[in-house]
Design a protein around this ligand. Sequence first.
Ligand SMILES: [Zn+2]
Length: 186
Amino acid sequence: MDTGFLELPELKLRYYRFGVGNSPHVLVTAALHGDEVTGTYAAYKLVEYLKLRENIEGTVTVIPVVNVPGFISRIRFNPVDYVDMNRVFPDGTGSLTTRRIVSFVWELASSSDYVIDLHCAGLNSYQYILALYREFPKVKELTDRMPWDTVVESNGTRGQLFVEASYRGIPAVIIETGAEKFIRVV
Ligand SMILES: [Zn+2]
């Protein structure tokens, strides 16, 4: 395992990487929206799981918290500039912090074969996959391999990480987790 940071003067963004150099390369991100903590919980569970695996057929990079300032404040946006980080890919906008984080994540996404972005739809949500599966056959192939029945066609709002990756030929989805289970666990 390999861990690293995007180090900015004001924050550190940590990532974990497993099976370095193997193919395919999967990027898993969470907390692009700082208050969607179930995704972060799931991402750390994935890190724990991968730490116990000796041979990983592929490279998996996990960023449990993308929007570090929003996560600390438990708000959706980056509190520095109130930018929604999941609307400004690939170029970013607003503060230097947002632009640096977005470009760092986009660089990783661009060199990945798949992108899975974890979000949290709220207390009463049932877990589902959000994807552009009608437009992109490779996205459909990915959702067909995922173990959940509910796949929702996205409206394709530009600037979202999974939408921009899909348009560049990288199969990408959002997994919207519910929150209820997480609350029961803790
Ligand atoms: Zn979200």
